[in-house]
Design a protein around this ligand. Structure first.
Ligand code: HEC
Length: 389
C-alpha cells in the first residue's frame, strides 16, 4: 500500500491498546465528503463504500461531517450509510439519521452586512447565503452561476433587501487565486463569527463557536463516546478544528496545509483507495474477519435451532429454488463444500444479502427481512454441511 504514514503516538496507541472484545478499534467514524470520501468525480469510490459497510458490520458507527446542505449531501448518503447524526453546514445544522433537524445554529442578523463590508473592493464571484432549507445569492454572474451548477446549489434568487431570515452559513465564492486576499479581509470578523476555508473556491462564515468540531463534540457527549473513540477523515480548512480536537484525525493527501499539520496521519489523495485501506487496516479490528462481526457467533447459536432451518427451507423454495434447484444442482451449487463467496455462515449471509449482481445473483436485503435472510443463510449452510466431509 502506498501511503504517506505520518505516524504519531495516537496511532501507535490504537494499535497496541485495542480492547479484547472490540470488533472495531474506533467505534465512531466521521468523514467529510468533498475531497475526502468523494473522489474527484464527486462520487463515493466502490472500495470506500465496501470498507464502510464492513466497518458497520463489525459494529462501527458512521457519520458524515460536511459543509454541504441536506439537499447536496443526500445523493451520497446511501453510499456512505450513516448511522449517526449528520453534521451539515460545517456544523451549523445537525440532522438525525431520519433527516430531521436536531440542532440549528443561526448567524446573527448583522453577519451578512458585516461580511459584505469586509469584502468591499475585493474581487469575488459572490456570496451564497444558506438558510436550513433555502439558499440565496448576492450577485449574478457567469462565474457564480457555474459554481452553483457544479456544487448543485439551487439558489432561490437574490437575497431579499430586507434580509433573509434564519441564515446559517455564508459562502464567499471566488476564483482560487483570489481566495487568500478574501480570507485575510474576513479574518478580523473572527472576533464575532467563525471564518474558515472550506474549498479552494469558498470561504465560509458561521456563527462564532460553530464548526464541525463543536458539532461533533455535542453529538459525542449525547451518545456517550469520548474523543479517543473517534476516527475522523477530512481534507480542508473546515476539518482542521476536528483534527485538533481529537487524537485520530486522518488528512487526505490533498489536504489544506493547516489541515495536514493538524492531522495525526496523512493518507493518500482522494483519487485512490486510501480511505478504504485505512478503514480496513486501522478502524476495523483484524479479528472481525468475516465482515459481519459480532453476528458470527450469534448466527451459529441460531443455526442450532431446527425451526430456523425449516423457516429457511420454506423461503428457499419460494425465492431461490428456480435458480439453484432443489439441491443446488444447476447454476451455483450450494450443496457442495466449494464456495466462491465464502462458506462460513456470516459470509453466506453476506452473499445472500448483497448478492453478486454482476453474475446474476441479486441481493435480497431490500426484499426480505433480516430474520428471513438469517434463516436462509442457516438453511443454505445446512445443505453444504450435510454433504461436506
Ligand atoms: C436469478 C437467479 C438466482 C436467484 C433467484 C438466486 N440466486 Fe443465488 N446465485 C445465482 C447465481 C448465478 C450465483 C453465482 C454467482 C457467482 O458466480 O458469483 C448465485 C450464488 C449464490 C450463492 C453463493 C455460492 C458460492 O459459491 O459462494 C449463494 C449462497 C446463493 N446464491 C444463495 C441464494 C439464495 C439463498 C437465494 C434465494 C433468496 C438465491 N441465491 C437466489 C443465481 C440466483
Amino acid at each position: 500500500m502506498k501511503m504517506n504514514l505520518n505516524l504519531r503516538w495516537p496511532l501507535i496507541l490504537a494499535l497496541t491498546l485495542s480492547p479484547a472484545a472490540a470488533q472495531v478499534r474506533y467505534p465512531v467514524l466521521y468523514t467529510d465528503m468533498d475531497g475526502t470520501s468523494l473522489g474527484p468525480d464527486g462520487q463515493v469510490r466502490p472500495a470506500t463504500r465496501a470498507a464502510l459497510a464492513r466497518y458497520r458490520a463489525c459494529g462501527g458507527q458512521v457519520g458524515v461531517a460536511t459543509g454541504r446542505t441536506l439537499e447536496q449531501a443526500k445523493p451520497h448518503l446511501k453510499d456512505l450509510g450513516p448511522t449517526l447524526p449528520l453534521l451539515l453546514f460545517n456544523g451549523g445544522v445537525t440532522y438525525g439519521v431520519d433527516l430531521k433537524i436536531k440542532r440549528i445554529a443561526a448567524l446573527p442578523p448583522e453577519a451578512l452586512t458585516a461580511t459584505q463590508a469586509a469584502l468591499k473592493g475585493l474581487t469575488r464571484l459572490g456570496i451564497v447565503a444558506h438558510g436550513a432549507e433555502e439558499t440565496w445569492i448576492d450577485a449574478h454572474n457567469e462565474g457564480l452561476d457555474a459554481f452553483l451548477k457544479r456544487a448543485r446549489i439551487n439558489a432561490k434568487g437574490l437575497i431579499p433587501t430586507e434580509g433573509a431570515p434564519g441564515l446559517i452559513k455564508l459562502m464567499v465564492v471566488s476564483r482560487p487565486e483570489a481566495q487568500a486576499a478574501l480570507y485575510a479581509a474576513l479574518k478580523p470578523l473572527e472576533a464575532t463569527l467563525e471564518v474558515m476555508i472550506s474549498s479552494p473556491e469558498t470561504v465560509e462564515i458561521l456563527p462564532k463557536g460553530v464548526n464541525k468540531a463543536t458539532a461533533l463534540k455535542a453529538v459525542l457527549s449525547e451518545l456517550g463516546f469520548n474523543q479517543e473513540e473517534v476516527i475522523f477523515f477530512g481534507d480542508s480548512g473546515n476539518d482542521t478544528a476536528v483534527m485538533r480536537a481529537i487524537p485520530m484525525g486522518v488528512a487526505m493527501g490533498n489536504c489544506h496545509p493547516d489541515t495536514c499539520k493538524a492531522a495525526a496521519l496523512i493518507a493518500d489523495r482522494n483519487d485512490t483507495d486510501t480511505l478504504a485501506e485505512i478503514i480496513e487496516r486501522l478502524a476495523i479490528d483484524p479479528r472481525c474477519v468475516a465482515g459481519r462481526g459480532g453476528e458470527a457467533s450469534a448466527l451459529e447459536e441460531l443455526a442450532k435451532d431446527p425451526a430456523q432451518v425449516e423457516a429457511g427451507r420454506a423461503l428457499y423454495a419460494r425465492h431461490c429454488v428456480h435458480c439453484h434447484m432443489a439441491r443446488g444442482a444447476v447454476g451455483a451449487n450450494l450443496t457442495d463444500d466449494i464456495w466462491v463467496h465464502g462458506g462460513q455462515l456470516p459470509e453466506i449471509l453476506n452473499t445472500i444479502s448483497e448478492g453478486v449482481p454482476a453474475r446474476g445473483m441479486m441481493g435480497w436485503k431490500r426484499r426480505l427481512k433480516e430474520a428471513d435472510l438469517r434463516a436462509l443463510a442457516i438453511y443454505v449452510y445446512s445443505l453444504s454441511a450435510a454433504k461436506a466431509p
